[in-house]
Design a protein around this ligand. Sequence first.
Ligand SMILES: NC(=O)c1ccc[n+]([C@@H]2O[C@H](COP(=O)([O-])OP(=O)(O)OC[C@H]3O[C@@H](n4cnc5c(N)ncnc54)[C@H](O)[C@@H]3O)[C@@H](O)[C@H]2O)c1
Length: 236
Amino acid sequence: MTHVVVTGSASGIGRAVVDDLLARGCAVTGIDLAEGPAEAQVLHAIADVTDEAAMRAAFSAGVEKWGIADGLVACHGIRGQFVPTLELDLDGARRLLDVHLIGTLVAARCFAEQLPDEATGSIVGVSSTTAYGGWVNQADYGPAKAAVQQLLRNLAIEWAPRIRVNAVAPGHTRTPMVQSMIDNGYDLGPILQRNPLGRLAEPAEMATVINQLLLEDTFVTGVCIPVDGGWTAVGK
Ligand SMILES: NC(=O)c1ccc[n+]([C@@H]2O[C@H](COP(=O)([O-])OP(=O)(O)OC[C@H]3O[C@@H](n4cnc5c(N)ncnc54)[C@H](O)[C@@H]3O)[C@@H](O)[C@H]2O)c1
């Protein structure tokens, strides 16, 4: 049976990834700061992705329960501050980079460590459309998501051919993260107007692409696929 570790499994896109994996018959180790609901094929582990000792313990618990993990979806994340750069709280910006970039690095290392030399595996991480082009008041988030993309590209080269490593770049998706942005005054109007498909994505739509990229044994590695309703294709 395929065993997939999912970080950020308790909410939003990560939660949808877990649901989709369960529908595909996979066993899941979900790692998050928050508890997940009791489910037959899911082991929930509480860990901060930036804490390598805690992450190793979570991976060990998963491997003990389900056997070697052959897939990792690194889907944890926190939102940016959405303030002018001169007002950015630097401790918050450092924490954001730590969670997104170092958290993805730690998860990938824990995954590679537990994979036997003769085994093959697959990783999908999560970047963002904010990693392309320039965005106002996003000096913290966009650069972190661009860094995640570059990290995964480097790992794809370093760990080939044993581990395929890819990413997706979601557009705005209806999750608690985006809801908290809206609650704090973020205006979705211009976003929806610019998007060729004219709506928010649903978490399940991200999960389908992530899990296909993860589970289908294809020739694809080292890429980042925008899943954005055409956002990055717009030329004006
Ligand atoms: N929702 C969007 O529109 C959107 C767009 C582009 C990219 N993304 C990215 O997709 C991923 C998932 O976002 P989402 O919208 O589902 O967010 P979400 O807030 O709904 O879920 C994120 C999950 O990550 C967990 N998490 C946060 N920090 C953690 C840490 N240090 N250790 C372990 N777990 C931690 C949270 O507890 C939460 O369960 C993130 O990487 C986000 O940056 C989201």
